[in-house]
Write a protein of this length. Structure first.
Length: 132
């Protein structure tokens, strides 16, 4: 698993877009944390140590939004731009039907964003598959 991350980092580097982060599912990070050498020592730090999620000097973002056995390595600053059409807004109303009588409040919160991937070579999406 660690080797696959290293190769993805290499791939972004060869595209002249060096990676600045890694995204993976917490279960995959746990599998990596449990890897041991031949002497039984944990590769990524002792179980009692407070190990910051980092691989090859890059921060690892752990999120359940990433599927298990998948990862994303990239230069996220160069890869994409977020366009914010309007800032977040929140509206509160009690006028809907019988909300006032029933002591209810309707809350609407929204923000309009667009994500444009401008440099796809800056992102490498991979699959750990059946790697043990």
């Amino acid at each position: 698993m660690i080797d696959q991350i290293a190769l993805a980092i290499l791939q972004t580097g060869l595209a002249d877009l060096p990676a600045d982060g890694i995204v993976m599912h917490p279960s995959d990070w746990a599998r990596m944390r449990l890897l041991k050498n031949t002497q039984g020592d944990y590769l990524l730090g002792a179980p009692g140590a407070n190990v910051e999620p980092r691989l090859f000097g890059l921060p690892v973002v752990l999120t359940t939004a990433m599927l298990v056995d998948k990862f994303l390595v990239g230069n996220f600053r160069a890869a994409a731009t977020i366009y914010d059409r309007w800032t977040a807004r929140v509206e509160v109303a009690t006028e809907h039907a019988d909300f006032f009588v029933r002591n209810l409040v309707a809350i609407l919160a929204e923000e309009r964003l667009a994500l444009a991937i401008k440099r796809p070579a800056a992102l490498v999406y991979g699959d750990f598959g059946n790697v043990a």
